[in-house]
Design a protein around this ligand. Structure first.
Ligand code: A3D
Length: 321
């Protein structure tokens, strides 16, 4: 008999609610939805549970405001905190969300120390770094979601422009989440053909490709500008689910994720987005590719931005230094 997996979602807001729905629809396991706002996790859990008869899934859902309910979770996905409003950068969220990571880290350490933890809270790279410290879990079990979303956005725009299936487009994105992310066009492909060759073939102009790269970088802000009351949530949730599924099913997918580097790409200790094999061992292996000089420069700039935020975290919370 194989018992069901337990998926704990910390934060029951826009992304948390969508994560709960997707987790249940895909029957990845039973869902515990946690939030500090009493009533919201319970209400969303009940609402989704009542969609089960129509959809035919058997995952159970429980809403809670008590950490003890996440006990023994196999996967924990963290969206607790505040999102951006128009005009805000992700970095503006640092101080508030750092305090949230301290509480969440303590809850995970106490009740789910064996879980695979995926952080989504912004500013992503700094928050996942802090969450790993606060929770004390091994670094291979605490990773950040950003690259899957950034590359999904890139793939969506490329597939739309060329009129091809998203299934045949593969994007490669490196670096921190945000304005300094590094989409690698020579490693991004359509049916195996690098985008740089797609341009040479005349299928897409160089200008169009550059425009898409920039739109990808600004992808989060574009949605914030449209929604006005919050940030993207459907695609971020779907992206984290892909990572959770690769862990739970030991699929060993190679997914761009924010992980703690230990000398790879010349970086030590900092969390930054790189391609990682995700399997039953968590973040099992970083895939290290050779960068050309302009890519290296862009990557270094991105790492520098993340390091700046980590320094800011250490100033706010000396315990992290
Ligand atoms: P939102 O709908 O506001 O949900 C956040 C939830 O966290 C709310 O329900 C809060 O009540 C709850 N919360 C606040 N403090 C705590 C706490 N101490 N413990 C538990 N729960 C708490 O936001 P959202 O779901 O739209 O976004 C969540 C986070 O994801 C934000 O920080 C966003 O900036 C971030 N985000 C990241 C990406 C990435 O690609 C990395 C994309 C989109 C959003």
């Amino acid at each position: 008999l194989m018992a069901r997996k337990k998926i704990a979602l910390i934060g029951a807001g826009q992304i948390g609610g969508t994560l709960a729905l997707l987790t249940a629809q895909k029957e990845l396991g039973d869902v515990v939805l946690f939030d500090v706002v009493d009533g919201v996790p319970q209400g969303k859990a009940l609402d989704i549970a009542q969609s089960a008869p129509a959809q035919g899934f058997d995952s159970t859902l429980k809403g809670t405001s008590e950490y003890k309910d996440i006990e023994g979770a196999d996967v924990v996905i963290v969206t607790a905190g505040v999102p951006r409003k128009p005009g805000m950068s992700r970095d503006d969220l640092l101080e508030i969300n750092l305090k949230v990571m301290e509480q969440v880290g303590a809850g995970i350490a106490k009740y789910a120390p064996d879980a695979f933890v995926i952080c989504i809270t912004n500013p992503l790279d700094a928050m996942v770094w802090a969450l790993q410290k606060f929770s004390g879990l091994p670094a291979n079990k605490v990773i950040g979601m950003a690259g899957v979303l950034d590359s999904s956005r890139f793939v969506h725009f490329i597939a739309e422009e060329l009129g091809v299936s998203v299934q045949d487009v593969n994007a490669f994105v490196l670096g921190g989440h945000g304005d300094t992310m590094v989409p690698l066009t020579r490693y991004s492909t359509v049916a195996g053909i690098p985008l740089t060759d797609i341009v040479k073939m005349g299928w897409m102009s160089k200008e169009k490709l550059e425009e898409i790269v920039q739109r990808t970088r600004d992808g989060g802000a574009e949605i914030v500008g449209l929604l006005k009351t919050g940030s993207a949530f459907y695609a971020p949730a779907a992206s984290a689910i892909a990572m959770a599924e690769s862990y739970l099913k030991d699929k060993k997918r190679v997914l761009p994720s924010a992980v703690q580097l230990n000398g790879e790409y010349g970086v030590k200790g900092t969390y930054v987005g790189v391609p990682v094999i995700i399997g039953a061992g968590g973040a099992e292996k970083v895939v290290e590719i050779a960068l050309n000089s302009s890519e290296q420069k862009a990557f270094d700039k991105s790492v520098g931005a993340v390091e700046g935020l980590i320094e800011a975290c250490k100033k706010i919370q000396p315990k992290l230094a």
